[in-house]
Write a protein that binds this ligand. Structure first.
Ligand code: GLC
Length: 818
């Protein structure tokens, strides 16, 4: 026993001694450096591992990957450890047979693909890119840098590049500001921005992709980082362009042009394109918060048919639900939804219903019960449920970043599809929470196994919601194409949905803003976009509404929508002359559906945007970097909306080449501004010489009648021009098995002759037999027409010099002689 006490004493003494010793040691905390921004040092080493090349300054590491000949990805690991590779935007990092070499000279390492060189300067780790003519397109102004984030872990990450004196910037999604972003600082953080204003930032979507244009060479930067991020295009310092984020990796893709179009196409190689929409979705959609009860819905749809105004989509906003509980029906307002939907469908209307992410906390509500039982709802850091108020009251929110939750969510659409619902509208998915704005930062997300807080998941929440919706619908609808529309999104959202620009205002300023926003979304990889025609809040007068319908006719997505406290807002609500003009434009929308559908195919298959700002047509003209009114719809039709009240004429810039005024068929030389009359009945529309514009007969809805012939409007040109026509079933995924027809037309003419050639690819056979040819702008009166060796005698030429005739849809070569 005594021994034991002795031993204990010894032990205590020993410990005390040790403690003393400890006190003699310098305080380890004194060695910890204060948190400051750190910059890459001097790269002392380059190492190639497979297709990745690593550079290090001894501590930090930089990885360079040649993704394609035009795309190079750069990543930074402040202490040498990269995060596991995962991206919602880039589902698969393609390496399209990208070969490269690693070179070294005295001053730099160079990773060189067949198109781009990535230079890593030995002196200071500056990274720059050049083309094969050694033209530097992008250069660091300071080395990549970071700052430790003590509160959350990880780093704030920064990249700063040189901003050249005449450099212009485009992209970044739905920012409500000038098209050229030069001189702006903008933030990405998805935000419910009711009645947003010019320059308000951020809005609903985060698209961290921009296009730079300098000295006629374009390149893109895609900063694939989902955290709150900012971009500064020479705002703070006009010689610098910076982008940075509150966390995640400093990871960006340099995308080489040299043309803006090349950049957009390559961006789509990374993030994917929009699937082919159901053909009906290219028609006109009518929405309102809300059409209810059933009698009101029927009155509206009947109104379209009685007024002979085409319409395909009819929307049910939140009031169709029982207490705003998603996947339920208010049976008082809609006693038999299946019957209503099927009767609407028989009259050509496709019903689209809204579904929000907030699930009402209610133990008698099956969706809530299932979600709760399976732990599908988001939780706070201390394990409390994330609760917030939205339309239904107190709600919890599915964690759409969890694949199991997405599958569950997708399955919930079973009953709606069974009832005949054709499309789903996902709203409030920034996510929006009344009062608080959105979720607090500490909410946890499964993030497909790469767990994170809401700081990381916020900007992808909406995209993952609409992904769950789209994938669910796709499974349930089998081979039928679903239609989806979302308010929030992140890069890549185009693989799952169309978008609208959110809660705009019935003002002329918002008409201008909407025009810019749709063009910007288009160059940011989101082709299927539109505005709330007429403005969501406030009251448009007849003139504003008509001007908006005219612009909306040329938005890839065309929907009128309005808030609940506004007056009736259908295309006939303003009386004449507005109704007739609205009808004429909506009819024009339907006539041009085969053209729009073909441009959609060009997007889906080749990554072209549907709307193209003038700068994309002619990027070498500096003035075009600042034009934001006119745009082309596909590459053949130039539109310039009228965006001022009482405007009777306006200036329109036409890119070089020859153009036809759509209304008068008069030919005009491009490369100049022209003054065009703009009575309320028209807006400036020009068609490029050499175009073949396919046209369907006007119908009250897509598929109302069998198409007996397709009209081909051929605009004479004295140079060779190509046009395309895409056809398929319009509602299935058979196109993925090559069941489609891609037709190419080549038009060429001189002073005595015009030739039209057609070639085809694909396995689809349309049911109509022939084309109705309409030749416009011929500089001679046709004397003889020969089609595939046979003379056509049955043609007419009007006093307006329009020649018309019919021939087989399978023609190969048609010659029109003086
Ligand atoms: C949001 C949407 C709007 C919708 C309303 C009611 O404000 O942006 O389009 O009508 O909620 O659901």
């Amino acid at each position: 026993m005594e021994d034991k006490i002795l031993n204990t004493e010894l032990l205590i003494n020993k410990l005390l001694e040790e403690e003393e010793e400890f006190h003699h040691v310098n305080n380890p905390a004194a060695d910890i450096k204060p948190v400051i921004k750190k910059y890459l040092g001097v790269p002392n080493h380059a190492e190639q591992l497979g297709n990745k090349i690593y550079f290090t300054d001894g501590d930090a590491k930089v990885e360079v990957v040649v993704v394609t000949d035009e795309i190079i990805r750069v990543r930074l690991a402040p202490h040498g450890v990269f995060l596991e590779e995962f991206s919602y935007a880039v589902p698969k990092l393609v390496h399209k047979d990208a070969s490269f070499i690693l070179l070294e000279n005295e001053s730099e390492f160079i990773v060189s693909s067949r198109v781009v060189n990535c230079h890593i300067r030995k002196k200071d780790f500056f990274i720059s890119f050049s083309d094969k003519k050694n033209h530097v397109t992008s250069a660091d102004a300071v080395p990549m840098h970071w700052e430790e984030n003590v509160k959350f872990g990880g780093y704030y990450v920064f990249c700063t590049k040189v901003c050249e004196p005449e450099e212009s910037f485009f992209g970044l999604g739905d920012k409500p500001t000038e098209l050229n972003l030069r001189g702006k600082r903008l933030k990405n953080w998805n935000t419910d921005a009711y009645s947003f204003a010019w320059n308000q930032d951020p809005l609903y979507r985060s698209i961290p992709f921009y296009i730079s244009l300098n000295e006629d060479i374009a390149h893109g930067i895609f900063f694939d980082n989902t955290f709150k991020a900012q971009f500064d295009f020479g705002a703070e310092d006009k010689t610098k362009t910076s982008f940075w984020a509150d966390g995640g990796e400093l990871q960006y893709y340099y995308i080489h042009g040299p043309h803006m179009m090349d950049v957009v196409k390559s961006y789509h190689i990374l993030t994917g394109t929009h699937p082919m929409p159901p053909l009906w979705a290219l028609g006109y959609h009518q929405c309102r918060w809300s059409y209810y009860p059933e009698a009101k819905v029927r009155k509206i749809t009947k109104g379209f048919r009685e007024n002979k105004i085409p319409c395909d989509g009819i929307y049910l906003d939140i009031d169709y639900m029982d207490g705003y509980r998603c996947f339920t029906w208010n049976r008082k307002y809609f006693p038999d939804p299946k019957k209503m939907i099927s009767e609407l469908a028989a009259d050509g209307f496709k019903t689209v219903v809204i579904i929000d992410p907030g699930i009402r906390v209610d133990d008698n509500y099956s969706v809530f019960k299932e979600g709760k039982k399976n732990r599908y709802f988001c939780r706070r850091s201390d394990d409390y449920f994330m609760e917030g108020h939205v339309w239904p009251g107190r709600c919890q929110f599915p964690d759409f970043t969890n694949p199991e939750v997405r599958t569950w969510w997708g399955g919930l659409f079973d009953e709606l599809v069974e009832m005949g619902v054709a499309g789903v509208w996902n709203d409030m998915n920034e996510p929006a929470v009344f009062g608080a704005g959105t979720f607090p930062d500490d909410v946890r997300h499964q993030y497909d196994g790469f767990r994170g807080s809401h700081r990381k998941a916020h900007n992808v929440y909406g995209m993952q919601m609409v992904r769950a919706t789209y994938e669910g619908l796709r499974t349930i609808m089998k081979n039928k194409r679903p239609f989806t529309i979302t308010r929030a999104g992140y890069s890549g959202v185009q693989r799952f949905s169309s978008v609208w620009t959110g809660d705009n205002v019935a003002s002329w300023e918002h008409l201008q803003l909407g025009n810019i926003q749709c063009q910007r979304l288009s160059v940011s990889g989101i082709p299927f976009c539109g505005t709330d025609i007429g403005g969501f809040s406030g009251e448009p007068d007849g003139e504003l509404f008509t001007r908006w319908i005219q612009m909306g006719t040329f938005s890839p997505f065309m929907r009128a929508h309005s808030a609940g406290d506004t007056k009736e807002r259908e295309p006939w609500s303003f009386g004449e002359p507005y109704t007739a003009i609205n009808r004429k434009f909506i009819e024009l929308r339907y006539r041009l559906i085969p053209y729009l559908y073909s441009t959609f195919w060009e997007h889906h298959r080749y990554g072209f945007p549907i709307l193209r700002p003038v700068v994309m047509q002619e990027q070498d003209v500096l003035m075009n970097h600042f034009r934001q009114d006119e745009f082309t719809y596909g590459d053949k039709i130039l539109i310039c909306p009228v965006m001022q009240p009482g405007q009777t004429s306006r200036k329109v810039y036409l890119p070089k080449g020859k153009w036809y005024n759509f209304w008068t068929n008069e030919m005009v030389d491009g490369g100049q501004e022209v003054t065009v009359p703009t009575p309320l009945e028209t807006i400036p529309i020009f068609v490029k010489a050499g175009s073949v514009i396919p046209e369907y007969p006007v119908m009250q809805y897509v598929g109302e009648k069998e198409i007996e012939e397709v009209k081909l409007n051929i605009y004479y040109s004295d140079y060779e021009a190509n046009s395309f026509l895409f056809e398929d079933y319009g509602e299935t995924f058979a196109y993925e098995q090559d069941i489609y027809l891609e037709k190419k037309f080549v038009v060429n003419g001189d002073s005595k002759k015009l030739t039209i050639q057609q070639s085809m690819e694909g396995l689809y056979t349309p049911r109509y037999e022939g084309y109705h040819f309409t030749l416009l702008g011929l500089p001679f009166k046709p004397g003889k027409i020969v089609a595939d060796g046979k003379e056509i005698t049955d043609f007419t030429t009007s006093k307006e010099k329009i020649t018309e005739f019919k021939f087989s849809k399978n023609f190969k070569n048609i010659e029109i002689f003086k």
